[in-house]
Design a protein around this ligand. Structure first.
Ligand SMILES: C[S@@+](CC[C@H](N)C(=O)[O-])C[C@H]1O[C@@H](n2cnc3c(N)ncnc32)[C@H](O)[C@@H]1O
Length: 241
């Protein structure tokens, strides 16, 4: 990791600041997510879920679940139970309302918890998902090791995270959009001036591609690969315990 990027730059830990930031933007998160990504984030989660299908997982954990979109997408795998974990109570609360409205609150548990110290036994889950979560961890390696610990041996993990496109003109278009348009819309709608400047800054400081694959391997994952999505704007990292 190049440097620690925190949302507000106060004396508080990155974890506290991240939880506060997501508590602040929770009511507008879903709207902004889908508008700012033009709905592409939905396709990325769908693709990751398709990769889990051959494993027919019955117990799934969705790390940094936020308002639960990845958990909802994983219902298509017909699992017995999905457990979403997040450190932001407000994000979870928006998610819980969504689950209730759709009548799936019995199949998806939304649990307050820290991915770097998960409240689950070793070898518990048949599959693990995370979308746009690992970049926000205070200690990436601690989080990845915990994720590996709670998976059953051989069980898959699908991690979606932003990366940076490397080719002209996508790289230039992406950088312009990410550093100019996205923060302006984000600030206007969420009323949090930092949340959507923290986003490109944290992506810029975060490892991607081969570098992230190697970190996953160091944290105990096997057969790890990186699948670039939409010109490399994001990637799915897929590995097994
Ligand atoms: C960008 S949101 C992603 C939410 C959801 N996965 C999605 O695809 O829309 C990132 C989430 O990560 C959560 N988060 C950050 N650090 C965490 C940690 N250490 N443990 C659990 N959740 C964490 C934040 O609270 C936030 O809800």
């Amino acid at each position: 990791m190049k440097q620690e990027v925190k949302p507000y730059g106060t004396e508080k830990s990155k974890k506290e600041e991240v939880a506060n930031m997501f508590d602040n933007i929770a009511p507008k998160y879903d709207l902004l997510n889908h508008v700012l990504s033009m709905g592409i984030d939905i396709l990325w989660r769908k693709k990751a879920v398709r990769m889990l299908k051959p494993f027919a997982p019955k117990k799934i954990i969705d790390i940094a679940t936020g308002t639960g979109d990845f958990a909802l997408e994983s219902l298509s795998l017909n699992p017995d139970k999905i457990t979403g974990v997040d450190i932001s109570n407000q994000m979870l609360e928006v998610g819980r309302q969504k689950m209730k409205k759709r009548g799936v609150d019995q199949r998806i548990d939304m649990v307050l918890g820290d991915s770097e110290n998960l409240p689950f036994d070793t070898d518990t889950f048949d599959a693990l998902t995370v979308a746009f979560g690992v970049r926000n961890f205070q200690n990436l390696e601690a989080g990845l090791k915990e994720m590996n610990r709670v998976l059953k041996p051989g069980a898959p993990a699908a991690i979606i995270e932003f990366s940076t496109p490397e080719r002209f003109p996508m790289k230039q278009l992406y950088l312009f959009y990410f550093h100019n348009i996205l923060p302006a819309i984000g600030k206007l709608v969420s009323k949090d001036a930092r949340a959507y400047t923290y986003l490109p800054e944290s992506v810029n400081a975060f490892p991607y591609g081969e570098q992230f694959v190697n970190i996953m391997k160091d944290c105990g994952f096997k057969e790890v690969s990186a699948i670039p999505l939409t010109f490399g704007i994001a990637s799915i990292y897929f590995g097994k315990k």
